[in-house]
Design a protein around this ligand. Sequence first.
Ligand code: NDP
Length: 338
Amino acid sequence: MNTTRPTTTRAVHLASRPHGAPTEDNFRIEEVGLPNLSDGQILVANDVMSVDPYMRGRMDDVESYVPPFQIGKPLDGGAVGTVIESRSEKIPEGSHVVHQLGWREHAVLGADDAHIIDTGIAPASAYLSVLGMTGLTAYAGLTRAAEMKAGDVVFVSGAAGAVGSMVGQVARLLGASRVIGSAGTDAKVARLRDLGFDAAFNYHDGSVTDLLGRAAPDGIDVYFDNVGGDHLEAAIDHLNNDGRVAMCGAISQYNSVEPPSAPRNLALAIGKRLTLRGFVLAKYAEETRPEFQQRMAGWLSADEIHWDETFRDGLDAAPKAFIDMLEGANTGKMLVRL
Ligand code: NDP
């Protein structure tokens, strides 16, 4: 056994449930023991952890497609790290792995719950963004939920974020005739133009439906919805006949304590024969992962996809990183180096 092996680690616990936007008081960092390994287990020193919008839903005591976090218990989520002790032949010491026990500096887990990653293709953190859940969500949402076809005009909201920035670039690579994105700052809008979006707007600059109308004079065929509310209403206004919406997220509502005031125009979906399809990645993950991995590896090696990361440092910074991500502080994926 590694003689420098730690016997305790620090983990972020849920201290209380938020009402509206979370605050740092909702989190507490605690020292916890690291048990000796049983056969088949590994000890991982986490290098980078992910903070994601879906974790906001898990802070509420509401059953959903993922169970709620428990008060007084550690949070969890995606992380990448280095194996520092192993009792599994599958995952030797020194391996880099991705797994689901983030929000802590070290994790003990079964070897079947971790996957070795190839850091020759991209740095480990990429397995929490472009090569991980967010890249796959973009790919599966476009190709399956939205049934995107070459020639479609595609609009994506939250376009400078982790999923959204992938959606715009993948849509272009899949043959979209025009790619439009919305984001919350002028700097993000400028970045979208660098990433190859044909049009982009700052949704604070006016009514979303007016801004989208100007960016999409011939309407849109696909809307990849990360935001909900007024963005969804605007998309329904501008969708062409037989248009499709991949309902991926509704981040404008996650911290809200009021019911949404939009969309008010759902009845337009009838005459336009629209399809609005909600999806969670789990529905498509297994079926899309092999083709996604193959195509994304090709796009990365040809330098056709770019991904941004916004880093915060240290476990103590993780709660604020999460809170700030919900408010738009990130460009690309919000990550915490541990
Ligand atoms: P992002 O990296 O996009 O970060 C969240 C972004 O949301 C912020 O940067 C901010 O950008 C934007 N935002 C916050 N509040 C608002 C608002 N009121 N109106 C418009 N934009 C807002 O996160 P992800 O890429 O990880 O996730 C994007 C969406 O995808 C989320 O809704 C998430 O829940 C969903 N998702 C769904 C999955 C599924 O399986 N269905 C899987 C993964 C993610 P800005 O500065 O532009 O406002």
